[in-house]
Design a protein. Structure first.
Length: 346
């Protein structure tokens, strides 16, 4: 396929666009949650249960044994198993936002395609990643969808979409030499135009402290409508995230959309620092996932939880905003958005 998806009328919709399903990769890697893997399943399954209220959930598992274990865990939270499908695709890890398929749609032809970006576990940090790297193509075959291969590394958590031609990303991640050292900013933008259908790329700088992805956008700033973003800010001036997030806020204020309009910016607080084993974890309320029926927000057993949920409920009046404790899940250095990838409806 020499033609790019964008030239065929395909684009990557905003996350609030209706979904056919949400894709997940069942967590099984001990090293991702050292000493804690077993503790994440109840909250992970609550997440799945919340999503099934509005759509199918499709989960990649190694084999029947893993599927049986997953079903057992899901039954403990009374999830609707009729809304959950299992696919026999073995993975290295659980971070489906980054290794899963990018589903693009064409509104005119009512077609769907997959983009299979290269995946190298955030710059080769956590080998092996060979099984994860081929997941999008396996899903493409299972769904009988055309699959495009751009041939460069790109993670789903590094980009956020307004569904109307604009992508938000960070220089810290996309220009990092551990991803695509042979490409400059302009060349990377070209890939975003050709394979996501973007007409405009807005660049922020650094991500939050503790983020091992080198600054994924889904921990700091997210579109909640075509012209509105929520962005996390740190209130404590002595916190190491304070200046990073103030800088991002100032950059957002200077940005203009394709129509020349300024972004509407809603500030979201940061949770208290979550430290485990002497390590600061990338806890953020921005790592929420927008499902058809619910917006699932990670919470961290602190005072700002309620405030963050209230702000996000105001952004999504048509959906139920649900907070789920992510204190154990974040030990894996990601939360609900990192774990999921939407399959948009055409």
């Amino acid at each position: 396929m020499n033609n790019f998806p964008a030239s065929q009328g395909f684009f990557f919709p905003a996350e609030w666009h209706p979904h056919t399903a949400t894709w997940l990769s069942w967590p099984h890697k001990e090293e991702s949650w050292p000493g804690k893997l077993v503790t994440i399943y109840p909250k992970y399954c609550e997440f799945i249960k919340a999503i099934t209220e509005g759509e199918l959930v499709r989960i990649s598992v190694k084999n029947e044994q893993m599927a049986a274990f997953a079903k057992q865990q899901l039954q403990l939270v009374d999830a609707d198993l009729s809304k959950i499908e299992f696919y026999p695709f073995e993975t290295n890890d659980a971070w489906c936002r980054d290794h899963g398929p990018a589903f693009l749609i064409n509104n005119e032809t009512r077609q769907k395609v997959i983009v299979d970006w290269g995946y190298n576990a955030w710059g080769g940090k956590y080998p092996p990643f060979d099984l994860d790297d081929v997941i999008p193509t396996k899903i493409g075959k299972a769904l009988n969808l055309p699959v495009y291969h751009p041939g460069i590394v790109m993670e789903g958590g590094s980009v956020d979409f307004n569904g109307n031609g604009t992508i938000l990303t960070t220089t810290a991640c996309l220009l990092n030499k551990n991803r695509n050292p042979h490409l400059n900013q302009q060349q990377i933008e070209e890939y975003l135009h050709n394979y996501y259908g973007a007409q405009q790329v807005l660049w922020l700088g650094d991500g939050i402290v503790g983020d091992d992805t080198d600054g994924h956008i889904d921990d700091i700033t997210r579109f909640v409508s075509e012209d509105t973003v929520v962005t996390v800010v740190e209130e404590n001036r002595n916190d190491e995230n304070y200046h990073i997030l103030q800088e991002n806020l100032n950059e957002l204020k200077a940005m203009r959309l394709l129509n020349g309009k300024q972004l509407d910016i809603i500030e979201l607080p940061m949770p208290d620092a979550v430290i485990y084993d002497g390590q600061r974890l990338p806890a953020s309320y921005a790592n929420f996932y927008i499902g058809n029926a619910a917006v699932v927000v990670p919470t961290y057993r602190c005072n700002n939880d309620e405030k963050a949920l209230e702000i996000l409920q105001g952004c999504f009046p048509e959906r139920k905003v649900i907070g789920i404790d992510s204190t154990d899940i974040i030990w894996g250095l990601g939360s609900f958005h990192c774990l999921s990838q939407q399959e948009s409806e055409v």
